[in-house]
Design a protein around this ligand. Structure first.
Ligand code: ASP
Length: 378
C-alpha cells in the first residue's frame, strides 16, 4: 500500500488540481464563454474493497483500472476490468461470485455502468448465474436501446450475449452463512413481513455476537469511478446486495442516479451502504447536481448525507440518539480530478471507513470524511 495521506492533505491537493484545471482563459466581455478542456491527471477511486481483493493475482481493482487507463484503454473498460477482480474473488462475499445469497439461498446480483463521453449507460438487477454482472451491464449499454434489464430477462440476455450461466454462484462460505441464518428464522413458516424482518435482524445480530458473521456482512458492494487523461469520466457499481434479502429485492447499486451517476462535464458519484436510504434521495444524481452548482466532491456528498439524515424518521432506523443507524458512503470525483470518500459514520464496529484511490502516486486507502463522526458504541 502506498503512503497514507491525511484527509487535509488530499483535500488540499485535490483543490489545487481543481483550481488549475477549471481556470478559464481571459476573454473579452462580449465573447461567448468557451469551455476549454484541459488535461486531467488520471485518477481511480473505489470503495475500500477496491484495494483489498486480488483474486490471487498481482493487482487490486484500483491498481488494475489505473494501469489500464494510463496505458490508453477506454476508461469504462478499465474500471470494469478492475471490478471483475473483486466480482470473481470468492473471498469477497458482497460482490459477484460467492456473494451472499438472498433469503432463498440464491445469489442475485445487481450492477450498472456509465460512460461519460459516450453518454451511455446500462444496468442489470436480480441477475442470477453470471459471476460478472458488470460485464452484462456493459453489454446492455452497448447492445440494447435500454438502460436496465432484470431477473430472468437479464439472464436470458446474458445467455444470448454468450455469457456462461451457472446454476449456483454460492461458495461453501456463502451457503454456510445462509444455512445458519435460515435455520434461525424458522424456515417452516412465512412470517408476516414485519415479524420476518425482525426475526432476520435478530438472527443476524446473534450471529455477529457469536462471531459467526462479520459485523459488516449485511452489505457489500464495489463502486469504482475514474477520470482519464482527457477528462473522460466513467463509473461502475456491482454488488450481491443486501445479505439474505427478499428474493427480487433490488437496492440502489444498479439504479442510475442512486448507485451511480455521472455527467461527463461535471463529475461522477457512486455509493455503497444502505440502498433504501440512497434510493429515497437519488443521492448520486444529487451529488453531481450539487457539483454542477459549484460544490466540491466532499461538500456535495455531505449535503446528500444531510438529506438522508433528514429523511430518516422511522424509529427502527434510528440510533438511541435519533441519528441514522446505518452506513452509507459516497465516492465522488469532479471532472477536475478532485475526489472524496464521504460517509455517514466515520467508524462503524470499531473500523474506520476507508476508500481506495489510485493516482500516479500509487494506490492507497484513505479515511472517509464523515457526517456524524463515530457510530455510538453501546
Ligand atoms: N448498496 C447495496 C444495496 O443496498 C449494498 C451495499 O452497498 O453494501 O444493495
Amino acid at each position: 500500500m502506498g503512503r497514507q495521506v491525511s484527509r487535509r492533505e488530499f483535500v488540499k491537493a485535490g483543490a489545487a488540481v481543481s483550481v488549475a484545471a477549471t481556470a478559464a482563459p481571459a476573454v473579452a466581455a462580449e465573447s461567448p464563454t468557451v469551455l476549454v478542456r484541459k488535461a486531467t491527471p488520471p485518477v481511480v477511486i473505489a470503495s475500500a474493497n477496491g484495494h483489498v481483493f486480488r483474486n490471487g493475482g498481482p493487482r487490486t481493482c484500483v491498481e488494475e483500472a489505473f494501469a489500464r487507463i494510463t496505458a490508453g484503454e477506454d476508461v469504462l473498460d478499465a474500471l470494469i476490468a478492475g471490478v471483475n477482480i473483486v466480482e470473481l474473488d470468492p473471498t469477497e462475499m458482497g460482490v459477484g461470485y460467492g456473494g451472499r445469497p438472498n433469503a432463498d439461498g440464491v445469489v442475485q446480483l445487481d450492477s450498472c455502468c456509465m460512460h461519460g463521453p459516450r453518454k451511455r449507460a446500462g444496468g442489470v438487477a436480480a441477475l442470477e448465474g453470471v459471476r460478472t454482472p458488470s460485464l452484462v451491464a456493459k453489454a446492455v449499454m452497448e447492445n440494447t436501446d435500454h438502460h436496465l434489464l432484470v431477473g430472468g430477462g437479464a439472464q436470458a440476455f446474458a445467455r444470448q450475449m454468450g455469457f456462461e450461466i451457472e446454476d449456483d454462484l454460492n461458495t461453501d462460505s456463502s451457503r454456510a452463512e445462509w444455512l445458519e441464518w435460515k435455520r434461525r428464522i424458522d424456515p417452516g413458516h412465512w412470517l408476516d413481513p414485519e415479524k420476518r424482518s425482525r426475526a432476520g435482524a435478530a438472527a443476524r445480530e446473534a450471529m455477529v455476537a457469536e462471531g459467526r458473521l462479520d459485523p459488516e456482512s449485511r452489505l457489500g458492494t464495489i463502486n469504482c469511478d475514474g477520470v482519464g487523461p482527457g477528462g473522460e469520466i466513467c463509473g461502475v457499481t456491482t454488488t450481491s446486495g443486501l445479505a439474505f434479502k427478499i428474493p427480487g429485492r433490488v437496492g440502489d447499486s444498479p439504479i442510475l442516479g442512486a448507485g451511480l451517476w455521472l455527467d461527463g462535464d461535471v463529475g461522477v458519484a457512486g455509493s455503497t451502504g444502505r440502498g433504501e436510504a440512497n434510493l429515497f434521495n437519488l443521492c448520486s444524481y444529487l451529488i453531481v447536481e450539487q457539483m454542477r452548482q459549484g460544490r466540491g466532491p466532499r461538500d456535495a456528498a455531505l449535503e446528500a448525507l444531510r438529506r438522508v439524515k433528514e429523511d430518516t424518521v422511522e424509529q427502527r432506523l434510528l440510533t438511541p440518539g435519533g441519528e441514522p443507524a446505518f452506513g452509507l458512503t459516497f465516492y465522488v470525483i469532479a471532472r477536475s480530478g478532485e475526489y472524496a470518500g464521504v460517509t455517514m459514520w466515520g467508524k462503524e464496529n470499531g473500523r474506520e471507513k476507508q476508500f481506495a484511490v489510485c493516482t500516479e502516486n500509487g494506490p492507497e486507502l484513505l479515511a472517509c470524511e464523515s457526517l456524524l463522526g463515530d457510530f455510538p458504541t453501546a
